[in-house]
Each structure stands twice: as C-alpha cells, then as structure tokens.
Design a protein around this ligand. Structure first.
Ligand code: ZN
Length: 181
C-alpha cells in the first residue's frame, strides 16, 4: 500500500468527469487500498479516485472515526449513480482534502439513494441520510468534476476566492502530501 499525494484545487483532473470502471481487476483493488490508506493518513472520511490522480469512477468512505459512527462499515462505490435525492435540503459545513483548510456551508439533499458496484462487481443500492448522505453526495460530485465552490452561491464563492488561489499556489500548511504545482 502507498500514500499518494492528493490533488488539489487547480489540478485539471479534478475538473473532469471520471471514466466508468469496466471491470474490477487487481490494479483497481490496489488503487482502492491506496485510496483508503491515503484518506486515513489525511484524516479524511471520503476520497474520490481523481483526488489521487486516477481517472476512474470510484470513491471510498469511512466514517468510523466520527463520533456515533464507530460501527460504520467502510464502503467502496464503483460507478455510483444517484438514483434519488430527497426534496428536503440541509445546510452542513463541509471540508475537502483537495481544498486544504477551507470550510464552507453547503446545501444538499438530506438523504439519497445510490446505486453502485461493489468490489465483487455486484450491484448494490443504499439509502443514506445525515452524514453518510452528505459524504456520498460530496464524493459523487468529485467524480463529475464538481467541488464545494461549485455548490455555493456567488457571494460565498467570492469570499472563497483568495483561499482558492492560495490552495492552487500551494500556499497552505497541511500535514499530508499533496501534488506539486
Ligand atoms: Zn472533496
């Protein structure tokens, strides 16, 4: 397993829609192991493949370190599709390993139904709410090239501009490896 430098705001791969996975092979399994290790090393709770430079439609989530989620089973979602989103919208503050030190309130559906392949290439459908729904929607966004600044209003986005520039210039202090500019 290895820890991979995380891509940050400004890296073009974060802006592209990722490719669908054709089949689960050894390489993908290795990628997934690296993603978990990279995510945990950075104290993250979710990580999408393009955050470690891979053009693949996969993300991993592990909420075990979060209070109240100690029994959460880490999950890998391959080729995820959002099947249903609740009409109810909630505002929650989010962070992102590709936006070091940035926090912002983001409005998203409160609950979600998602269809995906697991690592045995079996189709699964999960209904999620609260934090789990939030992380699924955030990671799914990565796979379609979207990030927190795309999900906030113009006012908030303006306020984030300087911080976004600093991130893309690597003027950030963080304790996990990120890509070089
Ligand atoms: Zn993120």
């Amino acid at each position: 397993m290895s820890i991979i430098p995380i891509t940050v705001y400004g890296d073009s791969i974060l802006r592209k829609k990722t490719q669908k996975v054709q089949y689960v092979d050894d390489e993908l399994i290795q990628n997934i192991r690296d993603m978990f290790q990279t995510m945990r090393n950075a104290s993250g709770i979710g990580l999408a493949a393009n955050q470690v430079g891979l053009d693949k439609s996969v993300f991993v989530i592990d909420l075990q370190e979060v209070e109240g989620y100690e029994k959460f089973k880490p999950v890998v979602m391959i080729n995820p599709e959002i099947v249903l989103e609740s009409d109810e919208i909630v505002t929650i503050e989010e962070g992102c390993l590709s936006l070091p030190n940035l926090r912002s309130d983001v409005d998203r559906p409160a609950s979600v139904k998602v269809k995906f392949l697991n690592t045995d290439e079996q189709e699964e459908i999960i209904e999620a709410d609260e934090l789990f729904a939030r992380v699924i929607l955030h990671e799914y966004d990565h796979l379609i090239g979207k990030m927190i600044p795309d999900r906030v209003n113009e006012n908030i986005k303006k306020k984030l501009q300087k911080q976004l520039r600093d991130i893309s210039d690597r003027k950030v202090e963080i304790d996990y490896p990120i890509t070089e500019k």
